[in-house]
Design a protein around this ligand. Structure first.
Ligand code: NAG
Ligand code: NAG
Ligand code: NAG
Ligand code: NAG
Ligand code: NAG
Ligand code: NAG
Ligand code: NAG
Ligand code: NAG
Ligand code: NAG
Ligand code: NAG
Ligand code: NAG
Ligand code: NAG
Length: 652
């Protein structure tokens, strides 16, 4: 009898222990995830699918959209768009913890084999790779960084080779975030995707359904009615909810762009008199204090932005800040320090460049007379008997100055100096004049008097531009990305050697993500359009388009808006013989009249094809491009005599 009681007690104790342990892992589903079947069954679910994760910005590290976008390896514009952020805040300010983020992900059915038990399981999830930092564990990263959108058990299953108790710092761990794809029946009922949501302490299913505008019946039938706190649930949705995001008051830091997010409709350049007065005031001081203050005016007028292009400017501000080490919400002391260092930078420019008087510039261009216009906002003018190209910039010339200050290469258009107009805040950059104009005009312009470029010249132009890009990608720190490589930015000098111009959009640094797409249709790399990811590989892509223009004589984008690079798959398709014929039919007919071997053309086409790979990581770098193009050059050894290697690297 007593013994039986004893057993009963033990059993109770065990049960209690079990309950306690359940309590401990409350919220984490006691499974490594949600199973799925990839194969045909009666329930037809198509994998992969696009779904969304619901994510809350959390202090201290994840109030910064840049951090969040890095963690999910997705561009900020994409998150901002799916979360309706653009309207309510400038993306450089920290997010409010109340912001609702919808992170688009691709949900797959991942099959994991377990060698110990010789079994196979499939889990529906989206893989994210995370680099372990000191102090991280599977549990901490899944409950904090990923906010319980996965659990440690799932992470263990997906990383069978890693020992959870002994993680090396820097090791890549796959975090499978839970997700679900709709079945055929659900699709028929108007469910287009499931939002993965982590149940919060004060949530009820009706409150969650209401918040997201999801159908309560659907929510319950998908997840059951008993949901524990921090459990992952799936909300069947037909579209993203209308969430209005909390408005964040920009902090007092250095954000000079904070207050005027909605004035971009203003258009013209003179919509804020206050700023103009500041500029004029400073302009008067210039006369008294001389050269150093020109730098200040330059900084104020260009950086402060007069009217136009405010968007671009905000983007630039943001980038500058990221490259300075990603500090957000700079304190005013730090902001002041930043300003000081920027001014120091500009005075570096002052040492290096000639500062032209505004009267000199005006006189040289006949008061910016249209007869002196080269194109756009670039004028031709003589100062002291020398011919220059003078570019008027309404916006931040500082970036271009800073970049041109670092670069010095025979295939880059040289900056001679600059000038500032204190009356209207315009900046003028004064460049060497490159007499034969742009490649674009030579290839596509209707100038019957000019003779057409022959193949050797075209090849050499290609190599010159490749050399210029190789130089800015490989020999500048941080790396400069031109961002706007195109035939109209390639200028030809008296010897028909090419020089790359226009660093107005260029950026220092790699892997930045920009908010607003800049660049030119027909040359923009697909990944940049989608995610705004800036890498040197976007220049490689644009260079591939320039090669196609050189071979075909066609424009990068035709009247119907069709891009030239889409031709490459059609032209380079079939057997070698077929390809040769197709390329002959496609290339510039003036080249056909020359007696050239098709091999050289095919070599250039092969380089273009490699540069135009949709996956940026498969594109070659410019070192490889230069190397391969120069091998083409060998086929025409007769023009290497003018010392290609000497002239292209000639310093000034
Ligand atoms: C189902 O499997 C068959 C062959 O095994 C395949 O032809 C068919 O496309 C599959 N259907 C779906 C919906 O996956
Ligand atoms: C699944 O798909 C198959 C073929 O695509 C179809 O015949 C079957 O009716 C579907 N089953 C359900 C439950 O929708
Ligand atoms: C997030 O950003 C802050 C600075 O803004 C940085 O200190 C922190 O390391 C970042 N966190 C992650 C996880 O990248
Ligand atoms: C978040 O939202 C709740 C309710 O909408 C509000 O009471 C709270 O003050 C907000 N918190 C912040 C930091 O904005
Ligand atoms: C995740 O769940 C754990 C308990 O399972 C909880 O302590 C933690 O606060 C949750 N994290 C978030 C971000 O809600
Ligand atoms: C593999 O199966 C064994 C036995 O079922 C189990 O103990 C182990 O946790 C499984 N491993 C993984 C990584 O799922
Ligand atoms: C996700 O990770 C698992 C485990 O490493 C792998 O088997 C699976 O192929 C991955 N899925 C995708 C879509 O990359
Ligand atoms: C949950 O609700 C209770 C009362 O309804 C409130 O006191 C508590 O602060 C709330 N907790 C959270 C995390 O919102
Ligand atoms: C499910 O909910 C019912 C009533 O709401 C409750 O009695 C029951 O204990 C719950 N079950 C679990 C496993 O939490
Ligand atoms: C976006 O947010 C604004 C308020 O910030 C709101 O008026 C608008 O309806 C929202 N749009 C969508 C599509 O959710
Ligand atoms: C969301 O906003 C759109 C217009 O932006 C409107 O047509 C739709 O009815 C709104 N939906 C909800 C659930 O508020
Ligand atoms: C922000 O600026 C206002 C006025 O410009 C000032 O009163 C306030 O103290 C500042 N706040 C901080 C945190 O600097």
């Amino acid at each position: 009898m007593i013994k039986e009681h004893h057993n009963m007690l033990l059993l109770l104790l065990l049960l209690l222990l079990l309950l306690l342990s359940l309590q401990h892992v409350q919220g984490q589903p006691l499974t490594p995830g949600y199973t799925c079947t990839n194969t045909n069954t009666t329930i037809n679910t198509t994998f992969p699918c696009t779904t969304y994760l619901y994510y809350r910005p959390t202090p201290p590290n994840f109030l910064d959209l840049a951090n969040i976008s890095d963690m999910f390896n997705i561009g900020r514009p994409t998150i901002a768009q799916s979360s309706n952020l653009s309207s309510s805040l400038s993306l450089s300010t920290p997010l409010s913890p109340n912001t609702s983020l919808f992170i688009p992900i691709t949900c797959s059915c991942n099959t994991i084999s377990n060698s110990t038990s010789n079994s196979i399981s499939s889990y529906s999830s989206s893989n994210f790779t995370y680099k372990i930092k000191p102090g991280d564990t599977f549990y901490l990263v899944s409950t904090q960084n990923f906010q319980n959108l996965t659990n440690y058990m799932a992470v263990e299953v997906f990383n069978p080779t890693l020992i959870p108790e002994n993680l090396d710092v820097g090791v890549d761990v796959i975090f499978p975030l839970f997700c679900k794809c709709p079945t055929e029946a659900q699709l028929r009922n108007g469910v287009r995707f499931f939002v993965t949501y982590v149940f919060q302490p004060n949530d009820t299913l009706p409150s969650v359904a209401e918040k997201f505008g999801a159908d309560l019946g659907g929510v319950v039938s998908t997840n059951g009615a008993n949901i524990s706190v921090y459990e992952t649930i799936f909300l069947p949705m037909s579209r993203l909810p209308n969430i209005s995001q909390p408005v964040v008051v920009p902090t007092n830091g250095s954000t000079n762009s904070g207050g005027n997010t909605n004035s971009s409709g203003g258009g013209g350049g003179d919509d804020d008199d206050g700023r103009k007065r500041v500029v004029i005031g400073l302009g008067v001081v210039v006369g008294v204090l001389g050269v150093v203050l020109v730098g200040v005016v330059l900084w104020v007028c260009c950086r402060g932005g007069v009217g136009l292009e405010r968007e671009r400017e905000r983007e630039r501000d943001e980038n500058v800040r990221r490259f300075d080490g990603g500090k957000k919400g700079l304190s005013s002391a730090a902001a002041a320090a930043e300003e000081m260092s920027l001014m120091a930078d500009v005075s570096d420019c002052l040492d290096k460049y000639r500062v032209f008087g505004i009267e000199e510039v005006k006189e040289a261009t006949g008061g910016f007379d249209s007869s002196c216009l080269i194109h756009g906002s670039v004028f031709k003018g003589f100062i002291g008997g020398e011919c220059y190209a003078i570019k008027r910039m309404k916006w931040n010339a500082y970036e271009e100055l800073k970049i041109l200050q670092k670069v010095n290469h025979g295939n880059l258009v040289k900056l001679e100096g600059f000038s500032v107009d204190p009356d209207d805040g315009n900046c003028y950059l004064v460049y060497e004049y490159v007499e034969n104009g742009s490649l674009d005009a030579w290839l596509h312009g209707d100038r019957p008097s000019k003779k057409k470029l022959d193949w050797k010249t075209r090849l050499r132009i290609g190599i010159d531009v490749a050399n210029a890009l190789q130089y800015i990608h490989e020999h500048t720190r941080p790396t400069v990305v031109h961002k706007d490589v195109k035939s109209s930015n390639i200028l030809l000098d008296g010897n028909m050697r090419a020089k790359l111009a226009n660093f107005g959009l260029a950026r220092s640094g790699c892997n930045a993500i920009t908010m607003h797409i800049v660049g030119t249709q027909g040359y923009i790399a697909p990944e940049y359009l989608i995610d705004g990811v800036v890498t040197t590989k976007m220049d490689v892509f644009a260079f591939g388009v320039v090669l196609l223009e050189l071979v075909s004589g066609r424009e990068a984008i035709d009247e119907e808006g069709r891009v030239l690079w889409s031709d490459i798959d059609i032209v380079l398709n079939g057997t070698d013989g077929e390809k040769n014929e197709k390329v002959k039919g496609w290339m510039d007919e003036t080249l056909l009249r020359e007696d050239l071997t098709i091999d050289g053309v095919m070599n250039v086409m092969a380089v273009a094809l490699a540069c135009l790979q949709k996956d940026p990581s498969r594109r070659p770098n410019m070192v490889e491009v230069v190397y391969t193009l120069c091998k083409t050059n060998d086929l025409y050894s007769d023009f290497s005599e003018d010392g290609l290697s000497v002239t292209t690297v000639s310093a000034r």
